[in-house]
Design a protein around this ligand. Structure first.
Ligand code: C2O
Ligand code: CU
Ligand code: CU
Length: 524
């Protein structure tokens, strides 16, 4: 405890100093129109953070990437219970839904009814939330609806959302981090006619992947052991990538075009995604479904909770050739000292303990390989290019006089707050009229990144000032989570058109959320 306290104080001091150093840099550089060396580098690289490539070596032992079990939403029972699972290195205890890791993938067509019974056989209360879906209040998994051990909860709703990748996870107040980390998280794939008509890669060429990091060291334990220091400040960062519940996951791919549907379901880890050989990613969709047009990118940055729907062309690979879906090294403005100062970047071998263990996992921004793709020796087939026009994205039209509200995300003295307050279960923080579009301004005045999530449907990112200073290419569609770096101010257009009731806005760094970086808004 005493050691923890010292660690904690040192950490607070360091964060504060990093923040000041950043502010000083920002101030000086501002005079010549540049915010900081980091944002200059961002700008020079076309908005992509500078990275160190080739730092990772293929790992010797690889495990076939599991494809999660697919279930229908029509009459589904999800039993929350401890179970023994295999994460590739051997058996381990997890908290699961129906014994599966990751949780089963729910496949549903737009317009279909979902009838889902949650049964709680965990030793503590739980409740599930359908992240990104526009569902009624009673189906949204607000923490006040958490059910005790032995109880069950019935969800009934119609899936009105656009085709795309959504997901589900627990939302128990103070325990979302623990329950999600220990294994409860699954995908929801929504399909519709518009999307089916596009002829996107399907069947085994459509590969949904749940990306996470876990703190495994060389072992297998998924136990969530949060310290009072760094884990509370930075969130629960891991040291090992886990994809679809498997460590060192590998997939044998046909030499043709694939659709990879990626979810960052980590507790706190931000990914700077790319392919190890520089092969481009064609982004076709994000949180709220398809983009208007495909966009070709080398890198996509994903905060926790965000999704990326990408096409990848493996047709030029030689049989047996390997390529890695990698999170490249990056630096967080405002946290510069953390990477450089401690010399913890370390080439990101993904295996180090020592300092990393003490600090709790690899630092934010460390490189890690997430999935290996090995080309099969079947004949190559030309990948079908994505069609030029994918969809029409419903825009949120804001009049100049639209109501605006500001939300300041702050982290100081081991507290994570919004507008200076921490979450209270029954307090209504904001009242929003239904059907009236509004401009919400999210300010990050802390030295930490905050992926900000708003419940009950999708919003539109309108502008970003400070930091990266623009709307990123992967933020042009509909979004339910937006990553806000230190010193950034992001404007989003929200429009709650369907359901009245009490919903949440929070940081999707699950430790920040659990510590109270969350508020209630009432749609009236
Ligand atoms: Cu994915 Cu309120 O959460
Ligand atoms: Cu959500
Ligand atoms: Cu946060």
């Amino acid at each position: 405890m005493a050691a923890n306290r010292v660690d904690l104080l040192l950490l607070l001091l360091e964060i504060e100093m990093d923040r000041r150093r950043f502010l000083t840099l920002a101030g000086t550089a501002g005079a010549v129109g540049l915010r900081s060396p980091i944002s200059r580098a961002w700008a020079a690289a076309g908005g992509v953070a500078p990275s160190v490539s080739g730092a990772l070596r293929p790992l010797a032992r690889r495990h076939p990437l599991g494809v999660p079990e697919v279930v229908s939403a029509a009459d589904l029972t999800l039993a929350a219970r401890p179970a023994t699972v295999d994460i590739g290195r051997g058996a381990t205890e997890a908290w699961t839904l129906n014994g599966a890791l990751p949780s089963p993938t729910i496949r549903v067509r737009r317009g279909e009814r979902a009838s889902i019974l949650l049964e709680n056989s965990l030793p503590e209360p739980t409740i599930l939330h359908w992240h990104g879906l526009d569902v009624p209040e009673a189906a949204d998994g607000h923490p006040r609806l958490a059910i005790a051990t032995g109880d069950s909860y019935q969800y009934d709703f119609t899936v009105e959302d656009r085709a795309g990748l959504y997901w589900y996870h627990p939302h128990t107040h103070g325990r979302t981090g623990a329950q999600t980390y220990q294994g409860m998280a699954g995908l929801i794939v929504v399909e519709d006619d518009e999307e089916s008509a596009l002829g996107l890669p399907s069947g085994e060429l459509d590969l949904p992947i749940v990306l996470q990091d876990k703190r495994l060291g060389d072992g297998t334990s998924l136990a969530y052991e949060r310290s009072m220091g760094p884990d509370v400040m930075y969130g629960y960062l891991g040291d090992t990538a886990v994809a679809n519940g498997v460590v060192d996951g590998t997939v044998e791919v046909h030499r043709t075009g694939y659709r990879l549907r990626l979810l960052n379901a980590s507790n706190a880890r931000v990914f700077e995604l790319g392919l190890s050989d520089g092969r481009p990613l064609t982004l076709i969709g994000t949180d709220g479904g398809l983009l208007e047009r495909p966009v070709t990118l080398d890198r996509i940055m994903m905060g926790t909770g965000e999704r990326a729907d990408v096409l990848v062309d493996f047709s030029s690979m030689e049989p047996g050739e390997r390529v890695y879906l990698r999170s490249f090294e990056f630096q967080i403005p405002g946290m510069m000292g953390m990477m450089g100062g401690r010399g913890m970047g370390g080439g990101g071998m993904g295996r180090g303990r020592g300092m990393h263990a003490m600090m709790g996992g690899l630092p934010q921004g460390a490189a890690m390989d997430l999935v290996e793709f090995v080309a099969s020796d079947a004949p190559a087939e030309t990948a079908r290019p994505a069609s030029d026009v994918l969809s029409s994205v419903p825009r949120i039209e804001l009049e100049s006089g639209a109501p605006r509200r500001t939300f300041r995300f702050e982290s100081a003295m081991m507290q994570h707050t919004i507008n200076g307050r921490s979450f209270e279960m029954e307090r209504v923080d904001v009242r929003v009229p239904r059907g009236q579009p509004e401009r919400w301004i999210i300010e990050n005045t802390s030295g930490l990144p905050h992926p900000v999530h708003i419940h009950v449907g999708q919003f539109q990112v309108l502008a970003r000032a400070g930091g990266r200073n623009r709307v990123m290419p992967w933020e042009t569609g509909l979004k339910d989570t937006v990553l806000v770096w230190p010193e950034e101010r992001v404007e989003v257009g929200v429009h709650f058109r369907t359901h009245r009731g009490l919903f949440l806005m929070h940081c999707h760094n699950l430790e920040h959320e659990d510590m109270g970086m969350m508020l209630n808004f009432e749609v009236e």
